[in-house]
Design a protein. Sequence first.
Length: 337
Amino acid sequence: MKHVSILVPKGDAILSSIVGPLKVLMAANSYLKQTSVANEDFFKVHLVGLEKDYSLYNGLFSVHCSDTIHDIEKTDLILIPAIRPDKLLEDLGQNKDFVPWILRQRNQYGAEVGSMCIGAFVLAQTGLVDGKQCATHWAAMDMFRKMFPKVNLVSNRIVTDQDGVYSSGGAYSFLNLMLHLVEKYCGRAVAVYISKFLEIDIDRENQNQFAIFQGQKDHDDLTIKEAQKYIERNVNERISVEKLAREYAISNRNFVRRFKKATQNTPSQYIQRVKIEAAKRSLESTEQNVNEVMYQVGYMDQKAFRKVFKKYAGISPVAYKSKYNRSRLSYEHPTAW
C-alpha cells in the first residue's frame, strides 16, 4: 500500500494536475480490485494543503483537502501540481511552507517526491533536484534556469526519475508521469490497462515537438538583442558566428560569451533553433514539401537538416508535417528522411 499526498497549493493551482493524478490512481485501485490482485485500495490518496479549503478561479471552483500538512505524519509519495505561470513568484511565496514539510518527509521517512509541469519550481526550492535532472513546461525553462542554476534542466524529457525524485514536462505530461509511477509500483500490465482505459498515449518520452521557440530576449544586452533580431529577420540566409561578430564589431570569443550569457544558447544553437521554428511553421501551414522548406530556412544538406530538426522537434520533418499539417497529405516518401 502506498500513502500518496497530492498537494493543493495556494493560489489558482492548475486544477487538472490535482484531479488528473487522483483519477489515475483511483483507476489503478479499481483495476487491481477487479483483477483480485488487491482487496483494498493500493493507493491511499490524500489531498493535502496548507489549509483545508480553497477557492479557485474567482470562486468558480473550490477544493476541500482531506488533510493539512500538520495532519500528515508520514507519507510515501508527494505529488506537487502545477502552479500559475502568470503569477509564479507570488505563488512560490504563498506556498513556501510546503518546502520544510516535503524535506522532513523525504529526510525522515524516505518519501518520494514528484512535480508536474511548473510545480517543478516548488520541487527545485527544496534542493532535492540540485545536480539532478528535472523537467518543466518548455515556456518556463528560461526562468527556471536563471532561478535554479544547480539543477540539470532537461528540455526534451516528458518524465525524469532519479533516486525517488520525479518530474514531468509541460501541461498534461503529468499523465505520463502518473503512468510511469503506476508501472513502477504495480507493473506494466496495470499501466497499459490504465493508458487504454483513460486513453493516454503511453511511453511518450519527448516534449520537444510541443515547444515553441520564441527567442530569449529577457536580458539587457542591447547589442545581443540586435543580433537576435538580425538572425530572425534573415532566417533564409546561411549566417555564421564570424559574420555576426563582425557585424557588431565584437571579437568572436567575446560575442559568443555575451550571446550565451544573455540567451542561454550559443549563437550557433540560436541560429539553429530560429531556423527550425520557422521550418515547423511552414510544415504546419503550407503545402511546401520538406525540401522546399529546408531551402527556405537556409539549409542545403538534407541529412544535416533532418538531424537538427529532430534534435529540436523530437521527430523527423516528414513525421512533423504528417502530424501537424491539416491537409495530412503525403508529400515525400518517408524513407527519404
